[in-house]
Design a protein around this ligand. Structure first.
Ligand code: AMP
Length: 422
């Protein structure tokens, strides 16, 4: 029997894994400078946590979760991580910490979606959340600024920020009813999914990508015209705060996001090179979520989740996905005495940060140097009995074929200098 990875799930192999590491390290660096610290979360939680927070009627909970029975409780692989962050925030009494708590996470999420380019059943997210007493619009803007700073660090090109406000519990219900009433009038012209959503979640109809529904949706009432004074003021201030940071954006009244817990600010970032799955990041404010999950009603929240798989695809498509690396030195040795010296030299080179391949067994000269070539080593360092006797090493630059004899103490500076000029 030949085993294969499950449909929609994939291995991330070298050298691509080096790009993953670079992306994750950039997130740690950039988020760290904004005062965010990492939270490491479990991969599975009680099913009820997601049903309550993400929403029973969402596609994610109603048909995409991997759930299983564990004795007498139902458990699910996490389809997203905001619910877990909020659960942890409440469980560990983090509301007693000073100011707003700023956390980031990264790791796999699981949704049983139809696999295609940029859409997998095990996919990865890098996300951040701000939880605490303040819902100041400056927080929304700073979270978005951090996100864009991260994309800039990675030299992601062509990212477009879309923003919207979807109101709160004071103004949204009336808008949703209005939307439902308007949708009822055109029910027969809509597809099955949208028809179902008129009853379950009319806002989600605005998300529809179905060609024939577009003209109908464009005529529906805009939430911007139905925000209460507080939500309107909040949204206006978010936009002013973005402008203070020199951030450009598009307002998109149809950006409602698929998860139930969002309110007020929602945002999404699209990137080129991804086909139809072009959203690399989604986020928004979720002020009621902490209370919904049993925490204090006064705790506010905002966050985002970046689709790491898609971010990498976009970086690779635009040519920003190259990662420096590879083998610095292939240390060819010939004879038992040279092996002893090579083992020690390899260690000193590695301690100095060079990437070294040391053959485990002796090979003929041609075969050994051939392997160095195939491994794409920058240099072959050759240590035979003659070199040993003379107290030198031979260094061959494998790109241009030039060869030098150097005293061992000069080898390090030689390698460093040639590395720097690469
Ligand atoms: P969401 O948690 O649905 O708001 O999604 C946030 C981001 O995660 C999206 O913008 C995508 O970039 C990414 N994402 C969501 N679902 C998938 C999936 N099945 N495969 C790959 N990336 C995904």
């Amino acid at each position: 029997m030949k085993f294969q990875a499950i449909k929609g799930v994939r291995d991330i192999l070298p050298p691509e894994s080096a790009l993953w590491n670079r992306v994750e390290q950039a997130a740690r660096d950039v988020f760290g400078t904004f005062g965010f610290a990492e939270i490491r979360l479990p991969i599975f939680e009680q099913t009820e946590l997601f049903a309550r927070s993400v929403g029973q009627e969402t596609d994610i909970v109603s048909k995409e979760m991997y759930s299983f029975q564990d004795h007498d409780s139902s458990i699910s692989l996490r389809p997203e991580a905001t619910a877990s962050v909020v659960r942890a925030y409440i469980e560990h009494g983090m509301q007693t910490l000073p100011g707003n708590v700023k956390l980031y996470y990264m790791g796999p999420m699981f949704r049983r979606e139809r696999p295609q380019k940029g859409r997998y059943r095990q996919f990865y997210q890098i996300g951040a959340e701000v939880l605490g007493p303040s819902d100041a619009p400056g927080i929304d803007a700073e979270v978005i600024e951090m996100l864009l700073a991260f994309f800039e660090r990675l030299q992601l090109k062509g990212a477009v920020l879309n923003i919207n406000s979807i109101g709160d519990k004071n103004c949204r219900p009336a808008y949703v009813e209005l939307l439902r009433a308007e949708l009822q009038k055109v029910r027969e012209q809509l597809g099955a999914d949208s028809q179902r959503r008129i009853d379950t979640n009319p806002l989600r109809v605005l998300d529809s990508k179905l060609e024939h529904e577009q003209a109908i949706i464009e005529k529906l009432p805009h939430i911007a015209d139905h925000l209460c004074a507080e939500c309107r003021a909040h949204y206006d201030e978010v936009k002013r705060q973005l402008a203070l940071r020199g951030i450009t954006y598009q307002e998109n009244w149809r950006l409602v996001r698929g998860l139930d817990y969002y309110m007020r600010t929602t945002f999404e970032i699209t990137a080129p090179g991804l086909g139809s799955q072009n959203a690399v990041c989604g986020g928004g404010r979720y002020d009621g979520l902490v209370e919904l999950l049993g925490g204090q009603a006064t705790t506010k929240g905002i966050g985002f989740a970046i689709g790491t798989d898609r971010l990498l695809l976009s970086l690779q498509e635009s040519g920003a996905g190259e990662v420096e690396g590879g083998l610095d030195v292939y240390l060819a040795w010939f004879g038992a005495a040279a092996q002893t010296a090579a083992i020690k030299l390899a260690r000193r080179l590695r301690d100095a940060g060079f990437v070294v391949e040391l053959p485990a067994v002796e090979m003929k000269f041609g075969k050994s140097l051939g392997l160095a070539d195939r491994l794409k080593a920058r240099h072959a360092v050759i240590l035979g009995e003659d070199e040993l006797a003379a107290g030198v090493v031979a260094v061959k630059n494998l790109a241009d074929g030039t060869q030098n004899k150097l005293a061992e103490q000069d080898l390090f500076s030689y390698l460093r200098a040639s590395h720097a000029s690469d």
